[in-house]
Write a protein that binds this ligand. Structure first.
Ligand code: ADP
Ligand code: ADP
Ligand code: MG
Length: 641
C-alpha cells in the first residue's frame, strides 16, 4: 500500500478520498486554489499545496503544477477524483513519466472510451449491445440526415466528445434535423473543441441504468447496477441501487456485458458502464444498450458502497498499488436498497440557477451518510460546482430506504444560500417515484408540481415573526424583564406586518393578516394553536429560517435600509454569480426594452441580460471577463426624463 498520496481534486470527493486514506493509514496531500485556502479538504489533509488562482484552468486543471506538488511532498501516487483531470489521458502519461502512479485506468483505456463513436465501435466488436445509430466518420450534413431517416425518428444527436449532457439534441421531426445538427455541432465545438457528432435512435420512456465495474488490468468484476433515471436536463438528481423492477435475467445480462466491456480494454480500477434501457414494457434482457463508459470513480458511487459494503476508494488504492483483485464475482453480495440525493446551492424557482453564499447554518441528519466538502460558515463560491453534499441512505427494502431518504431530507438544514432541498423532498414524495416507475422524463413531466414552492402557513409565519423579534427561545433571554407584563411589538415578515404579544415566558400570540396563532414553547418544542410542530427557528444575519418538514427563509428587512434600495434606478443587476462573457453596449448608447446588454456565463449555462425599459446607457459597470456576484450592477440607464 502507498505511504502517501496526493488528491488532485477539491470538495466532497477530495474529503471522501481522504476519509479512506486515514482509515488505511495513508498520508494525504491536498492541493488548493486561492478560493479554497481554508476549505474542508485542505483542513483534513496532512499537507496541502497551493497551486494557483480560483479558475480551474489556473489550478485544478494544471497538471504540471499538480505533479510538481506530488514530487515535492514525496507522494507516490495521484488520485484524480472525478471531473477535472480524471479522464485526461495526457495527464496520466505525464504522471507516469514523472515516476508516479495514477490511481485509475491506463491512458489507453481512457482514450479507448474517450470518444463516444470509437467507444461504440469497440463495444460492438466486443459483443456489447449498442444503441442503434450512425457513429461513422462521415460528418456531411446530408449524410447524417440520411442516417437519421434510416434509423427512424425520434433521434438523438450527440457530440462524440460530449459529457455532462452538452452537445446533445433530441430531434422528433426530419424538418428540424438541420437546425438541431448545426446547434449541436456549435455547442460541441465550444465545449470540447471537437464538432463531430453521432446519431442515435432515441429510446422512448428511457431509463438510465449503469453498472459499476472494477478491474485489475486482467480480470474484472461488476458491483451491480445503479438506476440514475431521475434526471433534469440529462443531469442526475437522485440515484439508487438496485434498479427498481430489476430481474435476475436482466441483471445477469447487464453485468456480463459490463464486465465484457471492461475486459475488452484491460480495465484497471473503478469504472462505470452506462446503459440506456427501454423500460416501456418492464425490464427485458434484450432492451438495454451501451451508451458510454466513465473511466473514473462516479459521483453516485456511495449507493453501490451502501448495498455491497465495499469501500470503492480502498479497492482503487489497493489495485493501483499493485495488488490483484481478490474478490470473485460470487463473493460480491447485494444487500438492501440505497438512495443518494444531490444537494446543491441552487435557485430552483429561478430555473435551477447555481447560487452562492456563506453557509451560516448547516446541519446534516442522523441516520444518513452525508458526503460533503463544506462546514458551517464555509462559502459556496461561484468558481466550482455548487454541490453542498450528497445525502445517502440505506435500508433493508426500497420502501424503508425511501422513507429514510424523506426523513433525512426533512432533517437537513441549510441557511445562507438557497438550495434544491424542497425540490429533492418533493421528488422523494413523488408517487410514481415511490412506486418505482422511473424514467428520464419523470422530472420534466411533473416539474411544475415538483418545484411549486409550498406557501408558509400561519404557524410558520408566526414562528418566523418570533424569530425576527429575537424570541426564538421563547423569551428566555428576556426573563426578569418587566416580569412579563404583556409585551407588544410588530415585525415585518414576508411583506406583511405581524403583531406579537408576549403573554408569558414561552407563550406569545402572533397575529398575521388578522389571524391569530397562539405559540407555546414546551420542552424545546413549539406548539401552534394547540398542535406540536417539528419546527426549528434559526436566526442568521439578515435572515430567519424555519426548518420544519420543509425549509423557509424570510429576509429580515431593516426599515432604515429600505429607502435607497428601490429607487427605480435603471440598474440591470446580475441575477446570479457568474462570469461576464461579453458586454454588448457602451455608455451613451440608446437601447430599447428587451435589448441584449450583456451575456453572463454561470456554471452550466449562458444567460442574456436585457434592458428592462427604453433608455440611454449612462454607465457600464463591468468589462468582459469580470467575475460578478449575484446582485452586482452591470449596466445603469440614465434616469427617465
Ligand atoms: P456522474 O455520472 O458521475 O454524475 P457527470 O457526467 O455528471 O458524471 O460528471 C461528473 C463530474 O465531471 C462532475 O463534477 C461534472 O461537473 C464534471 N463534468 C462532466 N462533464 C463535464 C464537462 N463536459 N465539462 C466540465 N465538467 C464536466
Ligand atoms: P453524457 O456524456 O453527457 O453523460 P450520455 O451519452 O451518457 O452523455 O447521455 C446522457 C443522458 O442522455 C442519459 O443519461 C439519458 O438520460 C439520455 N440519453 C442518452 N442517450 C439516449 C438515447 N439514445 N435515448 C434516450 N435518451 C438518451
Ligand atoms: Mg453519461
Amino acid at each position: 500500500m502507498f505511504k502517501k498520496i496526493l488528491i488532485a481534486n477539491r470538495g466532497e470527493i477530495a474529503c471522501r478520498i481522504i476519509d479512506t486514506c486515514q482509515r488505511l493509514g495513508v498520508a494525504t496531500v491536498a492541493v488548493y486554489s486561492d478560493a479554497d485556502a481554508t476549505a474542508r479538504h485542505v483542513a483534513m489533509a496532512d499537507e496541502a499545496v497551493h497551486i494557483g488562482g480560483p479558475a480551474p484552468k489556473d489550478s485544478y486543471l494544471r497538471g504540471e503544477a499538480i505533479i510538481a506538488a506530488a514530487r515535492d511532498t514525496g507522494a507516490e501516487a495521484i488520485h484524480p477524483g472525478y471531473g477535472f483531470l480524471s479522464e485526461n489521458p495526457d495527464f496520466v502519461d505525464s504522471v507516469e513519466a514523472a515516476g508516479l502512479t495514477f490511481i485509475g485506468p491506463s491512458a489507453n483505456a481512457i482514450r479507448a472510451m474517450g470518444l463516444k463513436d470509437a467507444a461504440k465501435a469497440l463495444m460492438e466488436e466486443a459483443g456489447v449491445p449498442v444503441v442503434p445509430g450512425y457513429h461513422g466518420d462521415n460528418q456531411d450534413p446530408e449524410h447524417l440526415a440520411g442516417a437519421a431517416d434510416t434509423i427512424g425518428y425520434p433521434v438523438l444527436i450527440k457530440a462524440v466528445a460530449g459529457g455532462g449532457g452538452k452537445g446533445m439534441r433530441l430531434v422528433e421531426h426530419p424538418t428540424d434535423f438541420a437546425t438541431a445538427l448545426e446547434s449541436a455541432k456549435g455547442e460541441a465545438q465550444t465545449a470540447f473543441g471537437n464538432p463531430a457528432v453521432l446519431i442515435e435512435k432515441y429510446v422512448e420512456k428511457p431509463r438510465h441504468i449503469e453498472v459499476q465495474v472494477f478491474g485489475d488490468g486482467t480480470r474484472a468484476v461488476h458491483l451491480y447496477e445503479r438506476d440514475c433515471s431521475l434526471q433534469r436536463r440529462h443531469q442526475k438528481v437522485i440515484e439508487e441501487a438496485p434498479a427498481p423492477g430489476m430481474t435476475p435475467e436482466m441483471r445477469a445480462a447487464m453485468g456480463q456485458a459490463a464486465v465484457r466491456a471492461a475486459e475488452a480494454i484491460g480495465y484497471k480500477g473503478a469504472g462505470t458502464v452506462e446503459f440506456i434501457v427501454d423500460g416501456s414494457d418492464g425490464l427485458r434482457p434484450d432492451r438495454f444498450w451501451f451508451m458510454e463508459m466513465n473511466t473514473r470513480l462516479q459521483v453516485e458511487h456511495p449507493v453501490t458502497e451502501a448495498v455491497t459494503g465495499i469501500d470503492l476508494v480502498e479497492w482503487q488504492l489497493r489495485v493501483a498499488s499493485g495488488e490483484a483483485l481478490t474478490s470473485q464475482q460470487e463473493d460480491i453480495m447485494l444487500n438492501g436498497h440505497a438512495f443518494e440525493a444531490r444537494l446543491y446551492a441552487e435557485d430552483v424557482p429561478a430555473g435551477f440557477l447555481p447560487a452562492t453564499g456563506t453557509l451560516t447554518h448547516l446541519n446534516f441528519p442522523d441516520g444518513a451518510r452525508a458526503d460533503t466538502g463544506v462546514r458551517p460558515e464555509d462559502t459556496i463560491s461561484p468558481w466550482y460546482d455548487p454541490m453542498i453534499a450528497k445525502i445517502v441512505v440505506h435500508g433493508a427494502t426500497r420502501t424503508i430506504a425511501l422513507s429514510k431518504l424523506r426523513a433525512a431530507l426533512e432533517n437537513t438544514e441549510v441557511a445562507g444560500t438557497v438550495t434544491n432541498l424542497s425540490f429533492l423532498s418533493a421528488l422523494a414524495r413523488h408517487e410514481g417515484f415511490g412506486a418505482g416507475e422511473v424514467d428520464t422524463g419523470l422530472i420534466a413531466r411533473d416539474l411544475l408540481s415538483l418545484t411549486k414552492a409550498a406557501l408558509p402557513d400561519l404557524g410558520i409565519r408566526a414562528l418566523a415573526a418570533l424569530g425576527a423579534a429575537g424570541l426564538a427561545d421563547g423569551g428566555a433571554r428576556m426573563s426578569g424583564f418587566a416580569l412579563w407584563a404583556p409585551l407588544r411589538r410588530s415585525v415585518e415578515i414576508d411583506g406583511t406586518t405581524a403583531m406579537i404579544e408576549v403573554l408569558a415566558q414561552g407563550h406569545a400570540r402572533v397575529t398575521v393578516n388578522s389571524e391569530a396563532a397562539e405559540c407555546h414553547l414546551r420542552e424545546g418544542i413549539w406548539w401552534v394553536n394547540g398542535r406540536p410542530t417539528a419546527a426549528r427557528i434559526v436566526l442568521t444575519p439578515g435572515c430567519v429560517s424555519i426548518f420544519a418538514r420543509d425549509t423557509w427563509h424570510f429576509d429580515l428587512v431593516d426599515p432604515l435600509d429600505r429607502a435607497g434600495t428601490d429607487a427605480g434606478s435603471g440598474l440591470t443587476l446580475s441575477p446570479m454569480p457568474g462570469l461576464v462573457k461579453v458586454v454588448l453596449v457602451t455608455a451613451g448608447q440608446v437601447v430599447m426594452a428587451g435589448d441584449r446588454l450583456a451575456v453572463l456565463e454561470a456554471m452550466k449555462m449562458e444567460h442574456t441580460l436585457t434592458a428592462a425599459r427604453d433608455g440611454k446607457v449612462a454607465e457600464v459597470l463591468v468589462v468582459s471577463g469580470t467575475q460578478v456576484e449575484a446582485g452586482a450592477a452591470i449596466v445603469r440607464l440614465e434616469e427617465e426624463a
